[in-house]
Design a protein around this ligand. Structure first.
Ligand SMILES: [Ca+2]
Ligand SMILES: [Ca+2]
Length: 175
């Protein structure tokens, strides 16, 4: 079973407890997309896209998947640590870095989500150790390869990304 195999990988590479939890989430990442969402999204509404693109291109690629229905696609907007773990679950173990829908492009240090969802700022638990640490050089947020937690990075860097399909449209005034 996939979960067992991934847990074995974690043992081999000596990753931390947090990553073991991420692998449990990965095991739950199967299932049909929510009603109204494109095929390929998992039951939690997340989709991992392995293309290596900058942050803006990632958001544009997600939005381009939106259909004419009531559901919308954008980079992942994470309400809490449960969402962080669930979204991390769609990432292959070898590609843990992935852009999500969070940036402080408008006001340094004020991170805003890309959609109209009234999600609060990430908790300190959601940020990786010492993150965010990039000041004005790092205004876009990814899930970090080492910790699975949030990490501000250079927006022009190329990473895979995680799209989310939910009830909230992109709000371009947030970035
Ligand atoms: Ca910044
Ligand atoms: Ca950082």
């Amino acid at each position: 079973m996939t979960v067992v195999a991934l847990a074995g990988c974690d043992t081999v590479f000596g990753l931390k407890q947090a990553d073991a939890q991420l692998d449990v989430a990965m095991g739950d990442a199967t299932g049909n997309a929510p009603a109204g969402c494109p095929a390929g999204f998992n039951a939690d509404g997340y989709l991992f896209v392995p293309d290596l693109v900058n942050w803006v291109a990632a958001e544009q690629a997600c939005v381009a998947m939106s259909s004419s229905g009531s559901k919308h696609v954008h980079l992942a907007v994470l309400d809490d640590e449960v969402d962080l773990l669930a979204s991390s679950g769609v990432r292959p173990i070898a590609m843990r870095e992935a852009w999500i829908g969070l940036a402080d492009l408008l006001v340094e240090g004020t991170f805003q989500w890309v959609s109209a969802e009234p999600a609060g700022a990430p908790t300190t638990v959601m940020w990786g150790s010492s993150e965010p640490n990039g000041a004005t050089q790092s205004n876009c947020v990814k899930e970090n390869s080492a910790s699975g937690r949030l990490d501000d990075d250079t927006c022009s860097d190329l990473h895979p990304f995680i799209c989310e399909c939910d009830d909230f449209a992109e709000d371009s005034t947030h970035f």
